[in-house]
Design a protein around this ligand. Structure first.
Ligand code: IPE
Ligand code: IPE
Ligand code: MG
Ligand code: MG
Length: 288
């Protein structure tokens, strides 16, 4: 047995370390707030997520030939912070009612329901405070922040969450696709395409990366549902939800997952004519 890390693992860790360090700095900047709120914010943000979305953003910036400046790292952190907000609210009793997140008690379970709502509010505002500060310094970053916020809002993540809650007793493949593309894939579109916007890449590249985010995010949510179906460990409310497994069954869900992975590979093949897509390719293959 070898404990040598693969070059992929090393690269993933290199990006992750940058994100973690900046998230700690951002959280340490949370002063002049009630102590319980600071505690709930830190608990929700610094709690051991995979940091996949910001890592995809940084890896895409590098793939396109951009530099991992402090500004770009903060931009990637905004995506993660919005993701953390969405998880805090997603676990609330009025939403999925999940007691655990990232292997620990969910924020509302530890701090109380009202604090779960308010910590989520503060976390989302924190993301935009940073985003606006960055936007004031650089027009391309402003466009990236605008794109991230559009994907996080009613046309993206929040809109998807609304339909996820409203349609939980239905079994409609069209609605299911809409929900997955909005609640999950939109933030992956933000991860890939904000990288292109931030470095001023051509719009055709941004469009391809946006499409990659849709396929990747759709696949990611299918895989999350399949993992939950096989491994369990979710709340009763989550069990009652419309998922790709409840609509299609697990066999067809696997096929759909593979179709989305193939779509990702197709886009990466196109991008490969101009860029080194190997890191993104390896992440896509981990969805298998
Ligand atoms: C969880 O996302 C929410 C889904 C969209 C399925 P992740 O699996 O990326 O969660 P963390 O951030 O690593 O905990
Ligand atoms: C997560 O969807 C999507 C979010 C925007 C938070 P789920 O509700 O399916 O994700 P988990 O299983 O709680 O992580
Ligand atoms: Mg949910
Ligand atoms: Mg949930």
């Amino acid at each position: 047995m070898t404990n040598k890390k693969s070059s992929f693992d090393r690269e993933y860790k290199r990006y992750k370390d940058k994100i973690e360090k900046t998230l700690v700095e951002i959280c340490d900047g949370c002063i002049n707030m009630p102590t319980i709120l600071v505690d709930a914010i830190k608990y929700s943000i610094l709690s051991g997520g995979k940091r996949l979305r910001p890592i995809l953003c940084l890896a895409t910036v590098q793939m396109l030939g951009g530099t991992l400046s402090k500004r770009v790292i903060k931009l990637a952190c905004i995506i993660e912070i919005i993701h953390c907000f969405s998880l805090v609210h997603d676990d609330l009793p009025c939403m999925d009612d999940d007691d655990y997140r990232r292997g620990k008690l969910s924020t509302h379970k530890l701090f109380g329901e009202a604090m779960g709502v308010l910590a989520g509010d503060a976390i989302l505002n924190l993301a935009y405070e940073i985003g606006i500060s960055l936007a004031l310094e650089n027009k391309n970053i402003a466009l990236a922040v605008q794109f991230i916020s559009a994907n996080a809002g009613g046309m993206g993540l929040v809109g998807g969450q609304v339909e996820d809650i409203r349609l939980e007793d239905t079994k409609d493949s069209g609605q299911l696709e809409y929900i997955y593309l909005c609640k999950t894939a939109a933030m992956f579109c933000a991860s890939f395409a904000s990288a292109a916007l931030a470095i001023g890449a051509k719009s055709v590249i941004k469009s391809k990366l946006d499409k990659l985010g849709s396929c990747f995010g759709y696949a990611f949510q299918i895989k999350d549902d399949l993992d939950e179906y096989y491994n369990g460990g979710i709340s009763q409310k989550s069990k009652d939800k419309m998922t790709v497994v409840s609509v299609y069954g697990d066999k067809r869900a696997h096929e759909l997952l593979n179709e989305q992975i193939q779509e990702c590979i197709k886009i990466l093949d196109e991008l490969n004519e101009s860029f080194d897509t190997s890191f993104l390719r390896q992440i896509v293959n981990k969805l298998k």
